[in-house]
Every structure is written in structure tokens, then in C-alpha cells.
Design a protein around this ligand. Structure first.
Ligand code: ATP
Length: 216
């Protein structure tokens, strides 16, 4: 019998990708012994402003960031879709390609998790995947009312014991990095350095293409 695969999914605008995303992703791969973690840049995120930089450039930066890191890969399916990037659609599309017992782990930063009740068909997400919530040092600590029951019913007291293809939630410890793409865009527009907050290859791409010189 083929062993089920353990696949992580991490969506975002990645405008630009930074060490908060990358370190969190790598730590989750190691803690949860994932076979692969896919970073999934979103096209037109339904919940937020239009990204400042074109999809192709955001994708190129994510590809540069994970180059040479075997466990981290890039999945561009949301950029190939001519519709808003609903996570439920991405999960259904992925599930269509995987074995039924493959395990999917959707990574969400705490801020993204707290916004879950506004997501399209959010109550169906756990039918397709587990949810791993990454702490963010810059985020509020209380979940919204609508998520308390879900957390009580689906949280695993031992995240390492999560098993099966879908259905559980774990709050994941990771090295706290209070970095955001907003902060990086602001540094760059003010002519300051973003070195050590994004990988060198991403910084070189930003400079070569003259990105983030002005706030839209
Ligand atoms: P922006 O500042 O433009 O809102 P961002 O830095 O929050 O961007 P996104 O691309 O919106 O980055 O985030 C994608 C995912 O990564 C979200 O689930 C978000 O919560 C998570 N995330 C972003 N930064 C961090 C961080 N420093 N630590 C943990 N999770 C993070």
C-alpha cells in the first residue's frame, strides 16, 4: 500500500514574500514531517486590496525564494484561474489530483484564521484539509466568537498526533517574526533597506525590476 502523502498549502499575496512566510513554512515542514509544502500566490484575493505588484512578479519572487529548498514548492493554480482566489476552489482542485487518503495541511497566519468566517464556503474547508494556525507576534490574541466553537470541537491538544486526510485544527508554535509585507513595502518606498527581511534573491529581483518604489 502506498503511504499517504502529507502536503502543506500556504496561500498569500506574497507582495512580497518574506522571512515570516518562509521560516514559518520551513518550521511547519519539519514539525509535521510534511513531504512537501506548496506556496500558492493568490490572484485577486477576495478579502483584501489588489496587490501592489503584478501576479507574474509576485510568483517570480516566491520561486526565487524557495529555489534550492527541496520541501518548499510553488503552485501557481490560483494565478491561472480567471476568477477570484477562493481557497475552497483550490482545495477542491487539489483534491481532484490526490489520493483520497493524502493529508492536506492548510497554513494560516493568526490574522488570516481570525478572518475565516468571512471566507466563501468556509465551513467546508475542514472537509478537505487540516488547518495549522501560525502565531503572529503582531496579532490580537482572542479569536472571534464565530471560531470559538470550531476551535473547541476541532483543535487537537497534541498537534503531532493529527492524522487522517482532513478535519482538525492546531495552533502551531513557530519562531515569532513580526515581519509583514506592508512593513517591507513601506521601507522600500522610503528608500530604506529590506535586507535580511526577504531573501537576497528576492531583494535583487525587487531592485532589478524597480518594484515598490511608490505606494499605489
Ligand atoms: P500584508 O502586510 O501585505 O498584509 P502579509 O505579510 O500579511 O502581507 P500575506 O501574503 O498577506 O503577507 O500573508 C500570507 C499568509 O502568511 C497569511 O496567512 C498571513 O497570516 C501569514 N503571515 C504573514 N506574515 C507572517 C508572519 N510574520 N508570521 C506568521 N504568519 C505570517
Amino acid at each position: 500500500m502506498v503511504k499517504p502523502r502529507r502536503i502543506g498549502l500556504f496561500g498569500g499575496t506574497f507582495d512580497p514574500v518574506h522571512i515570516g512566510h518562509l521560516r514559518g513554512a520551513l518550521e511547519v515542514v519539519e514539525q509535521f514531517r510534511l513531504d512537501e509544502l506548496r506556496l500558492i500566490p493568490s490572484a485577486r484575493p477576495p478579502h483584501r486590496d489588489t496587490p501592489q505588484v503584478a501576479a507574474a512578479a509576485r510568483l517570480a519572487m516566491v520561486e526565487l525564494a524557495v529555489n534550492g529548498v527541496a520541501a518548499l514548492t510553488v503552485d501557481d493554480r490560483e494565478l491561472r484561474r480567471d476568477k477570484p482566489s477562493y481557497t475552497i476552489d483550490t482545495l477542491e482542485s487539489l483534491r481532484g489530483e490526490l489520493a483520497a487518503d493524502d493529508q492536506l495541511y492548510l497554513l494560516l497566519g493568526w490574522d488570516a484564521f481570525c478572518g475565516l468566517p468571512t471566507w466563501h464556503r468556509w465551513e467546508e474547508l475542514l472537509d478537505h484539509c487540516h488547518i495549522l494556525v501560525l502565531q503572529r507576534p503582531d496579532a490580537d490574541s482572542e479569536p472571534p466568537e464565530a471560531l470559538r466553537n470550531l476551535l473547541a470541537a476541532r483543535s487537537s491538544t497534541d498537534p503531532q498526533a493529527i492524522d487522517g486526510p482532513s478535519g482538525q485544527i492546531a495552533i502551531v508554535w513557530q519562531t515569532p517574526l513580526a515581519v509583514s509585507a506592508t512593513q517591507i513595502r513601506q521601507l522600500l518606498v522610503n528608500g530604506k533597506s529590506a535586507q535580511f527581511l526577504v531573501p537576497d534573491a528576492v531583494l535583487a529581483y525587487i531592485h532589478t525590476h524597480g518594484l515598490y518604489r511608490a505606494l499605489n
